[in-house]
Design a protein around this ligand. Sequence first.
Ligand code: FES
Length: 510
Amino acid sequence: MNVEMERSVSVWMSSGPVLEAPLLRSDERADVAVVGAGIAGLSAAYELMRAGRSVVVIDRGHIGGGMSSRTTGHLASALDDYYHQLIARSGIEAARRHYAAHAAAIDRIEQIARHEGIACDFARLDGYLFLAPGHDESLLHREIEACERIGYNGVRWVEHAPVPGVETGRALQFPDQARFHPRKYLAGLAHAILRDGGRIYANTPVTGFHETETGVVLTAGHNHRIHAGNVVVATNSPVNDRVAVHTKQAPYRTYAIAGPVEAGSVPDALVWDTLDAYHYVRLHPMGDGMDMLIVGGNDHKTGEAQDMGDRFADLEAWTRRHYPQLGSVDYRWSGQVMEPVDYLPFTGRNHGNHRIFIHTGDSGQGLTNGVAGAMILRDLIIGHENSWAEVTDPQRISLTAAGEFLKENLDAATHWAEHLTGGEVGSTNDIPPGQGAILRDGLKKLAIFRDESGTLHVRSAACSHAGCVVHWNPFERCWDCPCHGSHFAVDGSVLNGPAITPLAHADYQE
Ligand code: FES
């Protein structure tokens, strides 16, 4: 099981192939074992195989069925956190390298799609950043200056962003952005890996990591062992780590809607505004004279909101104002992004390990960060220099992000302290069918879901990763952990890491 089992369905999940892969049924050996079959994991497997390494990939769910399928498929080298802010926090050299990594990632996807013949609707197009109402144009000035300083050539002023319903005023245009169908691309990548002798196992959660002098032994599936020289952990939030990297990033839920527009009625471009959380827009070609308009936004910290209905209504209203061509809204879905304290991903050797490497902290640009991360990890594992690796080192210390670091960890401490507070409901009678709530039972807190038949599903509310109290997500109908991004099904099964074990069983007598 993974986040594919959450209730919403993205436009990619309904229109892209699912690559069937077997369960792991015996022990395996490989040069590299990759945990996670999303964009970062499959890209790392592909790159390592091109470099002559044997590879085994495992995933707790379907191949390509995790958070990569819950994105909107933007491929941007423009930075949603802004390069001027990255320069202020991490310096110009870090910003220069980070831009180069994003640009190279888009090139690499284009190159692989062409070389492997993957029909994934890849297209190059421009990106546009326009001001939200009341925002000061100085932000755009700072950003275009930052782009010039880091060598991002071709960014320029335009009189309007291509948004049909409103007058956006002056905007920035970013060349050489792209879009694709993430699930089609991942299926193509997986086929190429299998064709070249890679092994891929689905529905095979990892349950243990043991590093030795010469390699790593993974325990996965039904207690099988994978012996590998090195391990890449490419799960949305790393499943091998209890603390280190998790204190330096925070999980956020983001929302997206999609609906048909007549082909040609909306310009084919990537578009963002300057709100925080910002709106992000693209088209997806559907054929038969129709495109799908896809709009995302209205993010919040995972587990800290239950007003998803209002968020979707707001997102739709914003979309209809800016894109009056939108017909029905056929898709509504959510995903999770990990926000690092200094805007840079964590890609490299895991803290305290020699042979375990991680990729996380995608900061809402996981498709490009994941592909760039795969190239970094390939180079680290085969012993090649990589100039981007220094800025993404998971063990880095960013003093300029100390305030953000403290804030995120205070937030996490608050969620641990919830064990001391009252429940959300005083009795299970207060939980309607199809909903969940936290109930205090003596010293314990319980996560209780009532299904449509009235049956209660009772689990401990203590997240099995590090003990924070989980929160009910009424839209996806699952339990979300606000501390580091674990999600659990109503029966307690893990849907998203870093947790690897289910919510504990609990008894409750009414
Ligand atoms: Fe770390 Fe829940 S994800 S405590």
